[in-house]
Design a protein around this ligand. Structure first.
Ligand SMILES: *[C@@H]1O[C@H](CO)[C@@H](O)[C@H](O)[C@H]1NC(C)=O
Ligand SMILES: *[C@@H]1O[C@H](CO)[C@@H](O)[C@H](O)[C@H]1NC(C)=O
Length: 180
């Protein structure tokens, strides 16, 4: 029984050491996340988005910012998928909005098929300039969608979602600019 004691101590020490290593790695990224988000136009949105993705904490070494950029671009992608779903629902509930809704649909098709795809590839290839262009275009597409309702003298039913994706892509763009 007495002989087990050193082994238990060893195990405890090992797990303590692991915890310390893990924590210091997480804390390092945490500081970087806060510093990075403070340099973007929407600190709290940046923080909650990055903190909700495990890749934020797994990233190590010189390309942590690239990973943070990819996380933000994926958040833009997810939001555009959600907007597209919403557009389909609205098309059923409000067929009289067919024209502006189809313009929005085309705008968000471009966001997913062009902007987001290009941005992901560009970031992975270490070519952030193209990723920046992609995120800048998301703002244009969201504004086009918004304007397609205004043009028909309608109150946009998806203003909140358009604003959210504009905020997300501005944050993504400013993180990507840190790589230029
Ligand atoms: C923490 O350390 C353990 C043991 O080394 C490892 O398996 C685990 O992946 C680490 N977790 C994180 C979040 O780094
Ligand atoms: C940040 O983004 C959220 C979500 O779109 C928005 O509600 C909030 O007003 C924004 N904050 C700032 C400071 O722009």
């Amino acid at each position: 029984m007495r002989n087990l004691f050193p082994i238990l101590m060893l195990i405890t020490n090992l797990s303590l050491n692991n915890d310390t290593t893990n924590n210091s790695n997480n804390n390092n990224n945490n500081n970087l996340i806060h510093t990075t988000c403070r340099a973007t136009p929407n600190y709290s949105l940046c923080l909650t988005t990055l903190q909700s993705d495990p890749r934020t904490y797994e990233a190590e070494g010189g390309d942590v910012i690239t990973t943070l950029g990819l996380v933000m671009v994926d958040a833009v992608k997810l939001k555009s998928v959600q907007i597209t779903e919403r557009l389909k629902e609205l098309e059923k509930s409000n067929p009289e909005w067919r024209v502006p809704l189809s313009q929005c649909y085309m705008a968000y098709y471009a966001v997913q098929r062009a902007d987001v795809t290009v941005a992901v590839e560009a970031l992975k290839k270490g070519d952030p300039k193209f990723a920046e262009h992609g995120m800048a275009d998301v703002v244009v597409e969201a504004e086009t969608c918004e304007y397609s309702f205004e043009y028909k003298k309608l109150v946009s039913p998806i203003s909140d979602m358009n604003r959210d994706i504009i905020e997300l892509s501005k944050v993504a763009k400013s993180i990507i600019r840190m790589l230029l």
